[in-house]
Design a protein around this ligand. Structure first.
Ligand code: ADP
Ligand code: ASP
Ligand code: MG
Length: 466
């Protein structure tokens, strides 16, 4: 049994949905047992969220335009993918779901408020639409298939927008619902990205979370492998949109894949790795548009264990915050106070560095959280600011992290020097370097408008393009 997950681009229009369906049907009719997970059609989740916000702010124009686009895109795809006898039913289902979206937005408009719970109900509609389209397409390609909503399978806590699965009930429900279907030879086509609380409120697992859905189902069903079908030839030495000569990495360890995704390689969602590690389920990343081309296999112990730097990643849209003061020297508990103040705001810290003189602590957060973090820090350090133990708390916006990822880099001297050298030659200033805890990466902070150039320079320096 394998889980096959298709991302948004892979189901971006009717033609592409049929292409994905052929991959599924081939697996199902040649002795395989696929369980399919699918994302919303490309761009649909963004459109839904934008429209819900527009509704809350009474921007009716944008809302109506989105509603019209959702109807036309999904109706067009339904016409294309359904077998002639199924077209009417599929169109009716699609229209009912878009109508549900209209109703939700009307309610949001009346209330003038968008709650996290309301937002999840809206955001879930993209996947609830796409599963029906893909299931119909798989049937058309000759394999029995049924659309399944993960709200029936994945039970989560109530952290709307970033919910976590409750494993016991999820495992039970998933097996009870899917194993009998599979016995009958029916391929389940399950919504990615979403779940529901015990009470039945729809939740989402975080943006890009369909990969995580695939790993959750793989874990619960004890599958042999999880296959992530996307729009590139697997995990590459860098984002091919930034570095055209990037190459596919044939094998990666779970730890390396986790690090890569955490530091910006969006080809796989960071939360995907843990459920796979626990059951030692290999993850394969494949290209829907080049199914026989190169791919990546993520396992515990890859055969190539020698290459130090495997990939260069980057994250944009960040801020570097600094707490500075000569009086901080030797004062115990400053760092603890700093990070608890930030954590209480629910802000996560991506990277930390402290100068050896202890006169400043720098850390990196998402740019949109800058104001909240500054407020929290100025409040927490009010006594120190008044007593001049802390002189200044400030933020540098518009920065990015660039990270070199690979096993065992920390133990090898000269990697950081090589990174600095590569950037120096390009005239790129390194604002800060991380004192990361993991031995799998070295990360640097640079200006956002220089980060693509930085990625290319480091990629070249380590000859990752071959
Ligand atoms: P999907 O919709 O299939 O989930 P995503 O857009 O989430 O796909 O992820 C695939 C994209 O990830 C690629 O198109 C590519 O631009 C980007 N990407 C970033 N870093 C990497 C990398 N190291 N290797 C491959 N792709 C990467
Ligand atoms: N559709 C969701 C999103 O755009 C989940 C996913 O694509 O993985 O975030
Ligand atoms: Mg994705």
């Amino acid at each position: 049994m394998v889980v096959m997950k298709f991302g948004g681009t892979s189901v971006g229009d009717g033609e592409r949905i049929l292409r994905a369906a052929r991959i599924v049907a081939r697996e199902a009719t040649t002795g395989g047992t696929p369980v399919v997970v699918v994302s919303a059609m490309e761009g649909v989740t963004d459109a839904l969220i934008r429209a819900a916000r527009a509704a809350a702010h009474h921007k009716s124009d944008l809302l109506h335009r989105t509603i019209a686009e959702l109807y036309s895109r999904h109706e067009e795809a339904a016409q294309k993918v359904a077998a002639p006898g199924e077209r009417g039913t599929l169109l009716a289902e699609v229209r009912a779901l878009v109508r549900e979206f209209e109703n939700l937005c009307s309610a949001i408009q009346v209330l003038g408020e968008l709650t996290p719970r309301g937002l999840d109900a809206v955001a879930s509609l993209g996947e609830r639409l796409s599963v029906r389209l893909l299931a119909a397409a798989v049937r058309r390609e000759g394999a029995p298939a049924r659309a399944v909503e993960a709200t029936e399978l994945i039970v989560t806590n109530d952290r709307h927008g970033a919910a976590s699965p409750l494993w016991e009930p999820t495992r039970k429900r998933t097996r009870t619902a899917l194993l009998p279907l599979l016995e009958e030879g029916v391929t389940p086509v399950v919504t990615g990205f979403i779940g529901a609380t015990e009470e039945g409120a729809i939740t989402t697992l975080g943006r890009g979370g369909s990969d995580f859905s695939a790993a959750i189902l793989g874990h619960c069903l004890d599958v042999e492998e999880v296959w992530i079908w996307t729009d590139v030839d697997g995990v590459m030495t860098a984002d091919p949109q930034i570095v055209p000569e990037a190459r596919t990495l044939p094998e990666l360890s779970y730890a390396e894949a986790a690090e890569l995704s955490y530091f910006g390689a969006k080809v796989i969602h960071p939360k995907t790795i843990l459920p796979a590690v626990e059951r030692k389920i290999p993850i394969r990343i494949k290209n829907t548009f080049n199914p026989d081309g190169p791919s990546t296999l993520i396992v515990e112990e890859p055969q190539d264990n020698k290459t130090l730097v495997k990939a260069i990643t980057s994250i944009k849209g960040l801020s570097l915050l600094t707490v500075e003061g000569r009086g901080m020297l030797g004062v115990p508990g400053i760092a603890a106070k700093l990070f608890s103040a930030v954590a209480e705001e629910g802000i996560s810290v991506l990277m930390i560095s402290q100068s050896s003189s202890e006169q400043s602590i720098c850390f990196v957060i998402r740019e949109e959280e800058t104001e909240g973090a500054l407020r929290a820090l100025r409040e927490a350090f009010a006594p120190e600011l008044a007593g001049r133990n802390v002189d200044r708390i400030w933020a540098e916006r518009g920065v990015a992290i660039v990270a070199a990822v690979g096993k065992g880099m920390k133990e090898v001297p000269g990697i950081a020097a090589k990174l600095f050298g590569a950037l120096g030659q390009e005239g790129i200033n390194v604002i800060s370097i991380a004192q990361g805890s993991s031995e799998y990466n070295v990360s640097l902070v640079v200006k956002e408008d220089e980060v693509d150039q930085a990625v290319r320079a480091i990629h070249r320096e380590f000859a990752l393009g071959g």
